[in-house]
Design a protein. Structure first.
Length: 360
């Protein structure tokens, strides 16, 4: 029976000393029992752990980390928290992190290199065990800071051409976009557009355009310059947007009329949100998708299957990318070497693509 000296959970922080006093055991015995040390009998371990639960004891993870020189945390820097793609990426991170008893701490840079540097410094000051940066432009300042950093660091879909001197996990963008274009070619389309972006995601955009071009060139089709559309390049200080996805939709909606004027019958979009903008523009023009215009996206965000019509797209499994990234970071924490990884995409055919309309 416990005495009234019991510390009330929620009023004071319960320490190992409090548990030892209640249990009538030494501090070292209680400490070992809480760590499941085989040096302590099973009966004593169970008694101490039961008492710790009753008292509301919570181990001090920070203090334990300082003793072990580990904090069991991973820092994850994202360029956006508005993009549905990153929601799936974070889910993968958290699922795999739980398997390794790790905590994920997230910081959004909104695509701003200065914020990215601040995030790196913040995570370094908090002594994270590992660091991952997604869709970074890897400026010289960011690269220098990362190479100087002590914790293992991983790049995810870097938006600048390497080499970086850091491991990277990426997606087969060119092969995916080529597969999307070849799908439209098999349906009979010959006037196929590419609807891209500029600025923060330039490397990915360039790779996806390259796959589009390769498919048309292999088919012997000369590309009309009017078939490729992007919003005009913005000043560098205007590239930072905390809500990039609505911008993608509006860009797709604004640019698609120019592609329609060029006589295209199909559009390959940089991502699903730009493809959604293209569908909205077609609807604005009184056109049917896919009867008058076929549209293919890239990413396969969860929303894609619920659009009207459901979107044909290239699936990159963001959740799997997150899981793979954490597994790589876990190996790096254990000083195991890792190789760069490029993950494949998968064509998902839905209702937004069909043969081209018959000429009247």
């Amino acid at each position: 029976m416990h005495t009234c000296a019991k510390v009330s959970a929620g009023t004071l922080s319960v320490s190992i000393k409090d548990i030892a006093r209640e249990a009538g055991l030494s501090h070292s015995t209680v400490s070992r029992a809480l760590r499941d040390s085989p040096l302590i009998s099973e009966e004593t371990r169970e008694r101490v752990q039961r008492l710790a639960r009753e008292l509301g004891y919570q181990p001090n993870a920070l203090a334990r980390g300082l003793r072990n020189q580990r904090t069991h945390t991973i820092g994850l820097i994202l360029s956006s928290i508005a993009d549905p793609y990153f929601g799936q990426l974070v889910r993968g991170f958290e699922l795999e992190a739980e398997r390794h008893d790790l905590t994920v701490v997230i910081y959004s840079s909104h695509g701003d290199p200065a914020r990215e540097l601040r995030a790196i410094d913040l995570f370094l000051s908090r002594q994270v065990d590992a660091l991952a940066i997604s869709t970074s432009r890897v400026t010289p300042e960011v690269k220098a800071r990362l190479l100087e950093a002590k914790p293992p660091t991983l790049l995810i879909n870097a938006e600048t051409e390497g080499p970086f001197g850091l491991p990277e996990i990426s997606v087969a963008n060119a092969a995916g976009s080529q597969a999307a274009t070849e799908h439209l070619l098999r349906l009979g389309h010959r006037r196929i557009a590419y609807l891209g972006i500029r600025g923060l995601r330039a490397r990915t955009d360039s790779e996806r355009e390259r796959g589009y071009r390769r498919a048309l060139e292999d088919a012997g089709i000369e590309i009309d310059p009017r078939w490729i559309a992007r919003r005009p390049e913005l000043p560098s200080d205007a590239l930072v947007s905390p809500e990039p996805q609505p911008v993608d939709v509006e860009d797709g909606r604004a640019l698609t009329p120019h592609l329609l004027a060029a006589g295209v019958t199909a559009i390959v979009g940089y991502n699903d949100m730009i493809a959604l903008g293209a569908i909205l523009a077609a609807r604005d023009a009184g056109l049917d998708v896919p009867g008058d215009l076929s549209v293919v996206g890239f990413d396969d965000i969860e929303l894609a299957q619920y659009l009207s019509p459901p979107l044909t797209t290239l699936r990159q499994d963001a959740c799997a990318i997150g899981q793979r990234a954490v597994a790589m970071l876990h190996d790096l924490r254990g000083q195991k070497p890792v190789d760069d990884v490029m993950l494949p995409t998968q064509l998902v055919v839905r209702g937004s693509s069909a043969p081209p309309p018959k000429r009247k």
